[in-house]
Each structure stands twice: as C-alpha cells, then as structure tokens.
Design a protein around this ligand. Sequence first.
Ligand code: ADP
Ligand code: MG
Length: 254
Amino acid sequence: MKKQLELSKLHVSIEDKEIIKGISLTVKPGEIHAIMGPNGSGKSTTAATLAGHPDYSVTSGDMILDGESLLDASPDERAQLGLFLAFQYPVEVPGVKVQNFLRHAHQARFADKPKKQFEKVIDFRKHLKALAAELQINPELLSRGLNEGFSGGEKKQLEILQMAVLEPKYAILDETDSGLDIDAIKKVSAGVTKVAKKHKTGVLVITHYKRILEYLKPDHVHVMVKGKIVKSGGPELVDKLESEGYKDWRGEEA
Ligand code: ADP
Ligand code: MG
C-alpha cells in the first residue's frame, strides 16, 4: 500500500455538466502542494468532491487515500481515514459551542482508535487548551458558539485548531487566505505548518494569491484551468503566475 493521496484521472460532473475533466495528482505525507487557477476553474469542486459532497458525481477515475478508494466512503468515513477539509466559507452554528463541536469531531475521527480517545470531558478540554495555546489562539473562543460573531481571521484560526485536533493524514485547504489581512495569513500559515510537521500531514492548499504561499512554501504547484491541470512545477511557478496571470492557458480548448 502506498502512503499517498492520489487523484487518478478524475472526472466530476454536476447535474450532467462535466466540471473536472481528468485530473491526476499525488500528495505524499509531509508534502505541501498548491493548486492555483482562475475563478470557476474547478478548484472548489475538487475539494468538495474529496469531501464527499453529494451534488458532485465522479463519472470516472478514482481518489485513493493510503490504498483505499474514497469513492464509496461517506464523509465521516473519509474523516476517519484521516482526510480533513477546510472550506472557503465556514458555517456558523450559534447553538453549538466550539469546544463541544471539536470534541464530537475528535470522537468521530478516532471512533475506531480507543487509545486516541479521551474518557473524560475535562481531559479533552485540557488537550484542546494546550493546542490552542500552541497555535496562539484566544482560549475564549472555545466557549463561544461555533463561528458566532467570529472575525474572518478567527474563523480561519478555528479551522486550523480543528486540523490540530483531528491530526489529519491529508488536509485540503480551500481559499483559507481569502479575506484575511497579512497578519492573519501569517498566523494561519504558521499554524498549518506546525500541525502538518507534527503529524506529517500532506497538504493541498487551494488559492488565488501568492501571498499565503510565501509563508506556506509549497513543494509542488499545479495550475488548474477549465477543469484540467494544465501545468505542474515547483515553487517558481507561483512567481510566473503572479506576473503573467493565466493568459497562456485561458485560450485553450476545454
Ligand atoms: P473555483 O473554485 O476554481 O473558482 P468552482 O469549482 O467553484 O471553481 O466552480 C467550477 C465550475 O463549476 C463553475 O463554472 C461553477 O459555476 C460550476 N459549479 C460549481 N458548483 C456548482 C453547483 N453546485 N451547481 C452548478 N454549477 C456549479
Ligand atoms: Mg473556489
């Protein structure tokens, strides 16, 4: 069994319209990959398909996590296998406290790993506080409603705290930098880097902008246009895109 998250010749449709047109990509433990591309190119569709969103149907190809196909796995089973997704627009759930939400997420993630579970609520809370301290996240957020009245930066910090709690093998971060100021981007990037190092997480970061990549430092960069990966390379691709945009590929036939 190969330890990697592999997208293999993946085709995805929404209501009979093909959005993803055969992408292949392999993320190994500890690697950081970036997907860049213009609006509407299918980046969020790729993330939602990995998450198991019911509206997106895989018409051919496969997604394989450490040897197991994700195609028939429910979103919960995907989380148990060690897949984590942070979305562009985190949801607000005012009635649910952050610490309770994270406790349930932790229980679901490690349902089949008794050694990773906390018997007492208070022990989980201690663990959570320690993680928040490590990531320099205000502990007061933990007893508030989920994302209730959180600033954009706080919402993204919470996503990273969730990542720390879930210890994922692979993490997909969709536009985690959108709407953040430079200090928030630095903090979130430092948090992702710390968690990814600790757990050897393979990270796939989806972004429009170069800024977050100055801090997250991807090993591999992929350009997605119109549902295809049109170019893959090293970090130097980021500068080329920033200066030249996507004009080389926009005219390409889909
Ligand atoms: P990106 O994240 O790269 O900006 P998306 O993956 O969000 O792009 O969108 C890719 C294409 O799929 C767009 O043309 C978008 O309109 C279409 N699309 C995405 N989600 C849906 C949906 N739920 N229903 C219909 N079309 C969709
Ligand atoms: Mg998107």
